[in-house]
Structure formats: C-alpha cells, structure tokens
Design a protein around this ligand. Sequence first.
Ligand SMILES: Cc1cc2nc3c(=O)[nH]c(=O)nc-3n(C[C@H](O)[C@H](O)[C@H](O)COP(=O)(O)OP(=O)(O)OC[C@H]3O[C@@H](n4cnc5c(N)ncnc54)[C@H](O)[C@@H]3O)c2cc1C
Length: 482
Amino acid sequence: MALLTLLYITFLAGGLIATMSRVDSQLLLTQLTSLLGPEIVKGDAVSLEAYSHDATPLFRGLAEVVVSPRTTAEVAEVVRFAGRTKTPIIARGAGSNLCAATVPLNGGIVLSMVNMNSILEISKSEMIAVVQPGVTNLHLDTEVGKEGLMFVPDPGSRSVSTVGGNVATSAGGLRGLKYGTTKNYILGLEVVLGTGEVIRTGGRLVKDVAGYDLTRLLVGSEGTLGIFTEITAALVARPHASKYGVGYFDDLTSASIAVERIMGSGILPSTLEFLDNTCIAAVEDFAHLGLDVKAGALLLFGDHGDSPFVDSIVQKMAEIASGVDGCREVTLAPDIAAAEALLYARRCSLPALARLGTLSILEDISVPRPLMAATVTGIEKIAEKYALLIGTFGHAGDGNLHPTIVLDKDDREAVQNAERAMAEIFTLALEMGGTITGEHGVGSAKLPYLEARLGTVQMSLQRSIKTVFDPHGILNPGRLGS
Ligand SMILES: Cc1cc2nc3c(=O)[nH]c(=O)nc-3n(C[C@H](O)[C@H](O)[C@H](O)COP(=O)(O)OP(=O)(O)OC[C@H]3O[C@@H](n4cnc5c(N)ncnc54)[C@H](O)[C@@H]3O)c2cc1C
C-alpha cells in the first residue's frame, strides 16, 4: 500500500520519474553499445520515454538503456553484463500488461524482445509450434490457422501482445473456460537464467515427467526467473463452426443462476461472459449494437466445434437461460456478422468504459463461480462508499471479474479513493475464497497485496526460488520474488 501511495503521489506531482543508478547511465550505454552494437542499443530520450510506461495507468519510470536483442546469445550477453554491473533487466514484449510489470521503476535495461519475432516451426502432425518470444499472439494464431490448427490463449490484447508476454503472464482470454489458459499449452522453453546460462526445459514431448516441472514454474514468472528466447506451444484442432447467443437479465444474480445451470447441465461452453448494467450502457453508447440498456446484466454465451453439434449446444444454453426467473430475453446470433457484433460488445467493454473519464483502472480478480454475483454486489457497495463509477465485466464461466474504475485523473481525492476501493476489492475477493489476480498478473501494482493471498511461508518460498534462478537479483526486481 505504501508503495502504491508513493507512486500515486509521484504521478500526481507531475510524472516525476523514479531512477536508481548503480553505474553511470552514460557508461552503461557506452559499454552495452560496444558489446552489442548501436543498432540494438538505444539511450536517447525518445526511446527511453517510449518504454517508461506500459498499459497500467499511474506508473512511470525511466530506463537507462533499451536493448532489442536478435538472438539468444545477445540476450545472454546482456544478462551477464547486467549481473556484473548489478543492473536491473526488465524483459518486455508489447508492454500491454495491466499490472506495471514492465515499468522500469528502478531504471536499468529494458530488454525489448520484439526483434525476436519469427515462427520457427509449425508441425501439423505433432500439433505444436516453435516460436521466438516476440511473435504476436494473433500472428501465431493466424499462421497456425492456415494448417487447421489453433493457438488457444486469446487475450483481448492479442493483436499486439507477444507470445513471450503471454507465457510470462500465463495469459487467459475468452476461451479459458473450455480450453484453459496459456499454462496449459506450453510444452517447452529456451530460457536465459539470471546467471546468463541458457537452459531448455521440457520440449516437444506430450509426456515427460523427468524432474521438477520447471516449464510450469517459469510460465507466469513475469520476467523474474528467466528470459524466454524460444517457446514450444501445443496447438489444438481449429473448430469448424461457432455459434453465439446473448441473454439479458434483470440482475447479475439471475444471470449467475443461468451460468450455474448451464455448467450444471454438463455443457462446457467456449464462451460465457458477462457485462453489468454500467458496461452495457457504456458499450451501447460507444458501439451502437442495439443492446438492452435497461437490463441489469448481459450474458454472452457460445461454443464452437462441428456445426450441428454446436447449434444444438447453443440452443440448449439458450433454453436454460430463458428458463431462469429474471431472464428478460435470449436471442441467438443468426450469422457470423451478428456473432462478431456480440463478441465485440464484450471485447470493447474497456474502451467503452474508458470514454467515461480521463483515467480508467482495469482490475482483475477471481472468485469461486457461485459467488460471482455476491462479489459484484460487494463491488457496487464499495463504488457507492467512495462515490466512484465502477463497471464490471468478465469471464462468468471462470469467476474472473474485471471491475473497472473510471475517474478524472486530475481529481486527487478520486484517485486516492480509487486506491482505497481497489484495496477493498482485493480484500473482498480473498474473503470470497478468491484471488487478487486471475489472469493479468502481479507486477508492481499488486505486489503489496500478494502476501495476503499467499501467506508468509509461500512468500518466503517464492523468494528462495527467485534466488536460485536469479542469484544477482537483476531480473525484473521489485516484482514477484521480492
Ligand atoms: C486491452 C487489453 C486487453 C487485455 N486482455 C487480456 C485478457 O483477456 N487476458 C489476459 O490474460 N490479459 C489481458 N491483457 C493483459 C496483457 O495483454 C497480457 O498480460 C499479455 O500477456 C502481455 O503480453 P505483452 O507482450 O504485452 O507482455 P508485456 O506487457 O511486455 O510483459 C508482461 C510480462 O511478461 C514479461 N515478459 C515479456 N516478454 C518476456 C520474455 N520473452 N521472457 C520473460 N519474460 C517476459 C515482462 O517482464 C512482464 O513481466 C489485456 C491488456 C489490454 C491492454
């Protein structure tokens, strides 16, 4: 909390930038340039400013150098140099994370992985892809799609976010309910450790239980245990058909009952998403899709697979939803354009809400699914207490909620209230048996709340693990393992 407060004050004071030099910045730049060449080492003000923030509002910090390696050997060279000079390294993909995971709060080297952006192999028979970390999620999915395959993780940021960033955050998305998230699809990694050593974990095997599962440990490690330089991902067969529908409900409680009944019927849909009334109104105002703005909650449901099967599953979901007290209307998208419009309604929730203020803070908690409606009611009470506008949307099937606070960035009291509200929302999630982040990660933004989730013993274990992988403490310091 103290850290957050300091950062907010820093922001309000006019974007004062936190730097902590260990060796002289100019010397760092000169030495790295002579090691790696000027093409991939930048220290000019424009480059440093470009990497001073990510998608998280309120956090700012200035690196001393930005390095964009092209090979694993160059990554290892930078890491060894950083170890010798005790310089922080912040690995970065697209910088689309929402937890200040890539803001260089302590200066140092931003290691931008975007130059390592090749798809090295797609094996249709093995259903795997081997890629460099800077490939974007959408590009990979598009390319494997040409082979009739699908890369499952589909974060809303997929057109820009990188596979390396997806792996480092174990990104989720709209398909998580049916298929799981990134952690379920990573078979092997090439990783540069904090010592500069290069290891390969796992591989292309479907089965391999030789030793501790370091691949699984590294997925979600947020750049604190190693830098991924090559990723082997499992793919699935691309579904032939998809169908979507929308249900409107008087309130989220009735929408939640529909979710429980759908899941209880044995259906595992690919999509089960919700918007609260604030989000419905904001999206309608933004996208003019003809949504029922009087409804208390919108439930988007859908599935994909083979055509007749999908049609019957989605029809059954519609019938279940219609039978719930408080259901106002259920309609099925008659064609692809209508289905796309429905998916867009969910995907544009954030930009639609963001228009309502000059600052929007997208949060990410997970709770047991049956407690989702009670959690949203709790969030509404918190919004009322602090006189804040909070719209909540999310993955209803996963119990993963994205309460989004919209405010005026120049209203200092509102910003402080937003900070208090966030803290209460995390406490609420924990009281519900949930967690402080379902898919966005911890970064710097949520580190102050991590111990409440993990307890002291696990925090200590996490620090010990960090030391083994990164004995000099140079990889994304001040985040996980700190
Ligand atoms: C509009 C919007 C929608 C979003 N929707 C979703 C969503 O639906 N689901 C979801 O899970 N997230 C979502 N996100 C959050 C974010 O896009 C994801 O966390 C994404 O995986 C980050 O990828 P990136 O390439 O931008 O990584 P970055 O933001 O650059 O980095 C994220 C983390 O990965 C580390 N990292 C990056 N590359 C490497 C590497 N090669 N080796 C080691 N560590 C590395 C960084 O140090 C950092 O800790 C959304 C964000 C936005 C802005």
